[in-house]
Write a protein that binds this ligand. Structure first.
Ligand SMILES: [Zn+2]
Length: 330
C-alpha cells in the first residue's frame, strides 16, 4: 500500500505526533495560507517537510528548516492530481515533469483508453514506428513494467494508471471492427486482471475514437467485471459528448451497475449548442445513480507507484477523484 495522498491528507494529525520529534526539518514554508485539501477553511500557518514528506503543519515558530521560504500572502496547498494525464511520453523525456509540476501537479493518472501496457510485439513495433521528436526504447511489456521503468529512470511526480480498454482490445483483436470471440474476451479479461494485480486503478476507455468505439457495452462490462474484485473503477471519455450524450451517460451507468464498479466521466460536457440544454439532465442522471449507490470511497489506494519512500501515515481521506464515484446497488 503506497498511497501518495497520505502525505497530504494525513498531515494534519501527524502534526501532533511530530511535536515530540526534533524540530529540525529540511524545508519549511512559512506564513502561507494553507488549503489542506480537506475542504475546510484555509488557515495561516507553516508547513514543514522532511525528505519528501510533509512532517508538520501549524505554528512552527520553534522549528528550523535547512531551507525556509516565506509564503506570506500566498496559498499553500497539496499537489494537484491530473486525472487525465498524457504525460506518459513526456515523463520519459523529462522525468522532472517541468511542464506539469510547475502548475502544481504532483500525481499523474494515465490510461484514458490507451495505456502504456500491456503490449504485444506488434504494439511495441507500432510504438517505435510512431515516435516523433521523443525517441525512446520500449523496454517494457506490461503496464506495471512501464510505470516501474519511469520510476527507475527517476521522476518527480507520483504516477498511476488505468489499464486502457482500447489497449487490451488492440492486444487481442488489432484494429478489427468486430466483437471479440469468447476466447479473445477471456484473454482481454486476463490482461485486465494482470494490470490490476500490478496496481492499475481500473479500466479506462475513450469511446469516441477508433478502434475504441468498436467495443460494445457488454465488452466493457466484462472488462470492468475483471477489475471489480481488485477495487477497480471505470473511467471514460464517453461514446458521445454531443447529440448522443444522454445515451452515452446511460451506457456508463449501465457498465458501472452491471460490473459493480464506481465510475467517473472524463471531461464532462455537452458539445454543440443544440446540446447545451442537456446538462441538467446529465447531472440528474448522475445524482440519481449516486442516490441508489452503496459504493463508498475507500480510504486508501493500493499499489500506487511512486518514487517516494513509504508515507508516514495511511491516507485518512478519500481519494479526491472518488468523489465522482458511484456503485449502484446490484
Ligand atoms: Zn478524452
Amino acid at each position: 500500500m503506497r498511497p501518495p495522498y497520505s502525505v497530504l491528507f494525513g498531515s494534519v494529525s501527524f502534526l501532533f505526533a511530530a511535536c515530540a520529534s526534533p524540530r529540525q526539518f529540511d524545508f519549511i514554508v512559512r506564513n502561507g495560507t494553507v488549503y489542506d485539501g480537506s475542504g475546510g477553511k484555509p488557515f495561516v500557518g507553516d508547513v514543514a517537510i522532511r525528505a519528501d514528506t510533509i512532517a508538520a503543519i501549524g505554528n512552527l515558530g520553534g522549528a528550523t528548516g535547512k531551507t525556509e521560504l516565506d509564503a506570506k500572502g500566498l496559498a499553500v496547498s497539496p499537489g494537484f492530481i491530473n486525472m487525465l494525464s498524457w504525460a506518459n511520453l513526456s515523463l520519459i523525456e523529462d522525468g522532472r515533469s517541468q511542464a506539469d509540476i510547475r502548475q502544481g501537479v504532483t500525481l499523474e493518472v494515465m490510461g484514458e483508453g490507451e495505456s502504456m501496457g500491456p503490449l504485444n510485439d506488434s504494439m511495441k513495433r507500432e510504438m517505435r514506428q510512431q515516435q516523433g521528436d521523443l525517441r525512446f526504447d520500449v523496454a517494457w511489456t506490461t503496464l506495471g513494467e512501464y510505470l516501474d521503468h519511469l520510476v527507475r529512470r527517476g521522476i518527480s511526480p507520483n504516477v498511476a494508471s488505468f489499464v486502457g480498454a482500447t489497449s487490451v482490445r488492440i492486444h487481442e483483436l488489432g484494429y478489427a471492427d468486430r466483437p471479440p470471440t469468447p476466447a479473445e474476451l477471456a484473454r482481454m479479461r486476463g490482461l485486465v486482471r494482470g494490470a490490476m494485480e500490478e496496481g492499475a486503478l481500473g479500466v479506462g476507455s475513450s469511446l469516441i475514437y477508433a478502434p475504441a468505439f468498436y467495443a460494445r457495452t457488454d465488452e466493457l462490462i466484462e472488462l470492468c467485471r475483471a477489475a471489480a474484485p481488485y477495487g477497480g473503477m471505470y473511467i471514460s471519455h464517453l461514446r458521445s459528448e454531443g447529440n448522443q450524450l444522454l445515451p452515452a451517460i446511460d451506457e456508463l451507468l449501465t457498465i458501472a451497475r452491471e460490473a459493480g464498479v464506481p465510475a467517473e466521466i472524463y471531461h464532462l460536457k455537452a458539445a454543440g449548442k443544440a446540446n447545451w440544454g442537456k446538462m441538467d439532465a446529465v447531472i440528474r442522471k448522475v445524482d440519481s445513480a449516486r442516490a441508489v449507490s452503496s459504493w463508498q470511497p475507500r480510504g486508501e489506494v493500493t499499489n500506487q507507484w511512486q518514487d517516494a519512500p513509504e508515507p508516514a501515515l495511511p491516507a485518512q481521506g478519500s481519494e479526491p477523484w472518488a468523489g465522482e464515484g458511484l456503485k449502484p446497488k446490484r
